[in-house]
Design a protein around this ligand. Structure first.
Ligand SMILES: Cc1ncc(COP(=O)(O)O)c(C=O)c1O
Length: 455
């Protein structure tokens, strides 16, 4: 990624094909009616809402009333955008909606960012070894064996683990940390491009994202500085296996970013180590002694599979104390059966060897595709993780052409704020011998099409 990736994205919203049946005489009624339309699928993700003035005229209310309704929907993460660009339903509003279209039959699924099932540890033996004793209310929430493993691992990476919570995955940890420390309306600096679920989560919490540009070595210090100067309360960074670009921090970049952060001592720094040992890059952190508010979450979702989504969250005393306190009221604890399985897998030498092998396999798969693309003169990014990010002039056309060639890939739009168009290819299940054919199909999809005679 370079400056090309920082260019402004075009507003790609689909117009509403039919005027949805939005009703109401007050802002609250209008907002509820839009919500019901999204819920029932009459307003689809990406679809544009009627312009404020047009809707106000149709409902015989003032434009201020419609604006207030749209503002309330935006604060809840249901819609995004405003002004002349129009207001659109978010790609993944925090509502139960019709499921996203599945990968068409016959297409190779390179769109869902899953780990490769064949590279995950088989569970049957681990299940047979775990203690199946019931875990009861008022007992210790953290499994001591898992805590010991976590303390050892974090100490190896130079991170204090004195304050530690067990959560249900990286995103669960991030959500709990942001909810514990931020309030709706607060600004949070996020990578751009960045993980789509995080962007949706930030919107759902009513927070305002401030984009930070990045290259293959992580956030750019000058872009971070600009974001911090806009008064952000928190920064969320993916130190390795950045999704979608594969960026990974190295020690010099981490040092530069820490220097920038030193000028903003109260900003909460959250690190998302979702791929941990299969990332294919060494652990590298923005934490340093003296940082007031920080958290780092390390998940097992990519090493042992998303269904074993247990994550270890470390941070400062206040942040972790608030997260644990809140957890104890509602969620209580992560099932001890899950904690025992993870502790069992993490302490099994055969599983650890398998995880190292999986990291090498993902690295080979990334490299094969990046090199096959480079051989065809195509820029691609994939320093770590499960994905390769390929800048393209036009996402929808590239995705369609690749689908016609039998490959389902992700359009980059849901990962971007201001950065330029691209596609994301998940390489986790792409064997190296298959890379040249895919690279050829990508090259075909990027070739400018000849204009038709009539155009
Ligand atoms: C950057 C990033 N963070 C978090 C997650 C999700 O992790 P978890 O399942 O542990 O919540 C993913 C999943 O792909 C991801 O790419």
């Amino acid at each position: 990624m370079n400056n090309k990736m920082i260019q402004k994205s075009e507003a790609g919203a689909r117009p509403a094909p039919l005027e949805p049946a939005i009703r109401g005489a007050s802002a609250a009624e209008i907002a509820r009616s839009v919500e019901a339309s999204i819920h029932e699928g009459r307003l689809r993700p990406g679809q544009r809402l009627p312009a404020v003035r047009a809707l106000a005229a149709r409902l015989a209310v003032s434009p201020t009333t419609v604006s207030a309704a749209y503002r309330a929907l935006r604060a809840r993460g249901l819609v995004s955008g405003a002004g002349r660009r129009g207001t659109c339903v978010r790609g993944r509003p925090p509502l139960r909606t019709a499921p996203a279209p599945l990968v068409p039959a016959g297409a190779l699924d390179l769109a869902t960012g899953n780990p490769a099932p064949a590279l995950l540890a088989p569970l049957r033996a681990a299940l047979a070894r775990i203690d199946a004793a019931p875990h009861l209310y008022a007992e210790e929430h953290q499994l001591p064996a898992l805590r010991r493993i976590a303390e050892r691992e974090f100490a190896r990476d130079g991170l204090p683990a004195e304050h530690l919570a067990v959560v249900s995955g990286a995103l669960d940890g991030i959500e709990r940390v942001l909810a514990a420390q931020l309030r709706p309306g607060d600004r949070v600096a996020v990578e751009d491009p960045g993980f789509s679920n995080l962007l949706d989560l930030v919107a759902a919490l009513g927070l305002e994202p401030v984009p930070v540009a990045l290259d293959d070595r992580g956030p750019l210090p000058e872009s971070l500085e600009r974001a911090l100067d806009r008064g952000v309360e928190a920064l969320v960074v993916t130190p390795r296996a950045q999704n979608p670009t594969g960026a990974a921090l190295d020690a010099p970049r981490a040092a530069e970013l820490r220097k920038v952060l030193r000028g903003h001592p109260s900003v909460l720094v959250v690190e998302d180590d979702h791929a941990a040992a299969v990332a294919g890059a060494a652990a590298c952190t923005l934490w340093e002694r003296g940082r007031e508010r920080w958290a780092l979450v390390r998940s097992t979702a990519k090493t042992h599979g998303p269904d074993l989504r247990v994550a270890l969250l470390v941070g400062d005393r206040e942040t972790i104390g608030r997260v644990e306190g809140r957890q104890r009221i509602g969620f209580r604890w992560v099932s001890h059966l899950l904690q025992r399985i993870v502790a069992e897998l993490e302490s099994d030498p055969a599983t650890r060897r398998r995880v190292r092998r999986a990291a090498r396999t993902y690295a080979e798969r990334r490299r094969s595709l990046v090199e096959a693309l480079a051989a065809r003169g195509i820029e691609a990014h994939g320093r770590s993780g499960l994905n390769v990010w390929i800048p393209v002039p036009e996402e929808a056309a590239a995705v369609q052409q690749l689908l016609a060639a039998g490959y389902a890939v992700s359009a980059g739009e849901r990962f971007r704020i201001e950065s330029g168009p691209a596609i994301r290819v998940t390489i986790s299940r792409l064997p190296p011998p298959a890379a040249p054919a895919l690279a050829e199909a990508i090259a075909g999809a990027l070739r400018p099409r000849r204009r038709s005679a009539a155009a």
